[in-house]
Design a protein around this ligand. Structure first.
Ligand code: HEC
Length: 158
């Protein structure tokens, strides 16, 4: 009798867990969907990257910085991420995994600089987002990567 009731309550617990799990997945899916467009979860950077602070401070950002970074964004990012940061650059239609839409509401606000830096340094495996850091085809310095992140935040945060 005791064993039976234990068994039943375990069964009920399991069902509740399964329900919780299912709800969690649905919620997760909805969040990803709003952020990345295609219900895709972009890989998350390791904790040590998430903790990094952008060395480019507000005091370094002036008109000439913004102009320089606008040129860099146009040259190296626009064809995929779009001039408006909406992920709809001219190449985007050919990709199965679409470029991130920086200007989607909440997108940049919900991401740490270290996350963006990690993707820029390492690329996102299996997608057209390839590494941009020193020694890669784009050969951006770490400072240039931090700078383009600071630029994007100012232009595309919604
Ligand atoms: C050839 C196309 C292409 C180019 C050029 C490109 N990207 Fe991307 N980018 C992508 C794709 C596709 C993804 C989505 C990756 C994924 O879903 O895992 C992405 C994702 C990202 C992310 C990830 C955001 C996050 O949520 O973690 C950042 C940051 C990013 N790109 C910045 C840039 C910047 C800055 C440039 C220019 C220096 C650039 N990209 C150039 C295609 C591109």
């Amino acid at each position: 009798m005791l064993t039976l009731s234990l068994k039943m309550s375990w069964g009920a617990k399991r069902r509740r867990l399964a329900r919780l799990f299912a709800t969690g997945c649905v919620l997760l899916y909805a969040t990803c969907d709003a952020a990345a467009g295609e219900g895709r979860q972009i890989p998350t950077a390791p904790a040590e990257f998430l903790a990094l602070v952008n060395p480019v401070g507000d005091d370094q950002i002036d008109d000439s910085f913004m102009k320089k970074m606008a040129r860099m964004y146009k040259r190296k990012c626009k064809s995929c991420h779009g001039v408006d940061g909406d992920g709809k650059g001219s190449k985007a239609e050919f990709f199965e995994i679409k470029p991130a839409a920086f200007s989607a509401p909440g997108y940049l606000a919900n991401r740490k600089d270290g996350q963006l830096f990690w993707i820029l340094m390492n690329g996102s495996e299996g997608t057209e987002m390839i590494a941009k850091g020193p020694g890669t085809r784009d050969n951006m310095t770490e400072l240039e990567i931090w700078s383009v992140i600071a630029y994007m935040r100012r232009v595309y945060t919604r």
